[in-house]
Ligand binder design. Structure first.
Ligand SMILES: Cc1cc2nc3c(=O)[nH]c(=O)nc-3n(C[C@H](O)[C@H](O)[C@H](O)COP(=O)(O)OP(=O)(O)OC[C@H]3O[C@@H](n4cnc5c(N)ncnc54)[C@H](O)[C@@H]3O)c2cc1C
Length: 393
């Protein structure tokens, strides 16, 4: 949370010490006028970032496909299966738009009793959109939130994060992605200001030691394929402008800050809300694990949406799904801290359901093709201590 300290506070007599302190820093300009030295204008509530406050370390895999999410329709015996998986690091962000497409395809079969396989970001939004269109819906899933991968995400609007490789971002894909991103963005606007703040905007500060922006891109000589970056090209109008703060204008010492606004999802409240809405609308949930698509034959519904995320790799033998490991260190919430930070390749997100610290690495290849889920305490402490270092001044 910010506390702008400015001229208004000084003039209002906020305390002699403060005023004297400010006047001590005054200078005389060429015309002999006294000028106040610029006082800090931005005070960020102090973050208590220390390893002893870590409450959990979670690891999860992003379901990345080089060609982008799988959204085709497949006929499997008597079933029509609409695929809706493989959204990389953008599953929550694109969920409403992607699931709207899946819903249209499912409803095009004229069935009104539809099964959704999976209860993560894509399964929940598919199920709700089907209900809103008048369908009767049953979710079949081996796990429910908070025990699904979606519950272990960072919780930011990141619609082009590891969504596909650059060479797969054809004009047709860009059009598809833009539609999904815009529809999701607009749906999220309808979820602002609700009890428990499932969705909210935060200020985020990109912090550097020098005035030059650090970039998170592979070096030009890197022979690996580049991940597509689509936001600036296709939805720049949805990205708020940034504001810069130099040393002396904020409370984080000799650093350079660039502020922007980001949409954040408090995933515990949000997933609980989606699940609650689904049940309130008469939705049924059956805990069930499928070992092969042939198991779908046992379901009464003829039309299914497959939203099994990374699980589709084993279930459908989809080797195009590449795991991208990501680890979060969660910390005791601090309700007074309402801003996020990015510093030295570590991100901090002020989730109300537990602060989130994450080493994000040099580039989007960090964690690529790594499906190990053993938490690293050292990585968690590195993340917390890097951010904590900003407050040790
Ligand atoms: C560290 C990290 C940070 C991330 N941060 C963000 C972020 O800030 N913003 C963002 O938009 N995205 C983020 N993502 C990406 C996002 O989490 C995923 O894209 C998204 O969770 C995928 O959702 P899903 O519904 O497809 O899959 P899942 O959440 O994995 O859901 C799959 C569902 O299918 C079920 N299932 C799977 N296999 C079977 C089976 N064989 N039988 C029965 N049921 C099955 C599971 O139980 C589950 O219910 C992040 C990912 C990671 C790892």
């Amino acid at each position: 949370m910010e506390n702008p300290i400015g001229r208004r506070r000084l003039l209002a007599g906020a305390g002699a010490a403060l005023l004297v302190g400010a006047l001590d820093g005054c200078s005389i300009d060429t015309l002999g006028r006294r000028r106040l030295a610029p006082a800090p204008t931005l005070e960020l509530a102090r973050l208590r970032a220390s390893p002893d406050r870590i409450t959990a370390i979670t690891v999860c895999t992003r379901p990345f496909r080089a060609q982008g999410p799988r959204l085709d329709v497949e006929r499997l015996g008597a079933k029509t299966v609409v695929h809706n998986y493989g959204h990389g690091g953008s599953g929550w962000s694109l969920s409403w738009g992607s699931s709207a497409l899946a819903t249209q395809k499912a409803l095009a079969t004229d069935e009104r009793d539809i099964g959704v396989i999976g209860c993560g970001a894509l399964g929940l939004t598919s199920a709700l959109l089907l209900q809103r269109a008048g369908a009767r819906v049953t979710i079949y899933s081996k796990d429910l939130p908070p025990n699904v991968r979606s519950s272990l995400a960072t919780g930011l609007w990141t619609p082009d994060s590891r969504i596909c490789f650059e060479d797969s971002a054809t004009p047709a894909f860009k059009q598809l992605w833009e539609g999904m991103a815009r529809q999701s963005f607009q749906t999220y606007q309808t979820l602002l200001g609700l009890p428990g703040n499932p969705v909210e905007f935060i200020d985020n500060y990109f912090v550097t030691d020098d005035p030059h922006t650090q970039r998170r891109e592979p070096a030009p000589a890197d022979p690996r394929p580049k991940f597509a970056e689509l936001q600036r090209e296709l939805i720049a109008d949805l990205i708020p402008d940034t504001t810069d703060f130099g040393p002396g204008t904020h409370s984080l010492g000799a650093h350079y800050l660039r502020r922007n606004s980001l949409m954040m999802f408090n995933l515990s409240t949000y997933a609980r809300m989606l699940l609650g809405d689904f049940r309130t609308n008469g939705g049924q949930i059956e805990i069930k694990e499928f070992h092969s698509p042939a198991d779908f034959a046992s379901l009464p519904q003829r039309t299914l949406i497959n939203a099994t995320g990374y699980g589709a790799r084993a279930l459908f033998g989809d080797q195009s799904l590449t795991p991208i490991r990501g680890q979060l260190a969660r910390m005791i919430p601090q309700p007074e801290v309402g801003y996020g930070l990015y510093y030295k390749r570590v991100s901090f997100v002020p989730r109300r359901d537990g602060l989130v610290f994450q080493v994000v690495g040099n580039d989007d290849y960090y964690g690529f093709n790594d499906d190990t889920t053993t938490p690293s305490r050292a990585e968690a402490e590195l993340a917390v201590n890097t951010i904590g270092g900003l407050f040790s001044i």
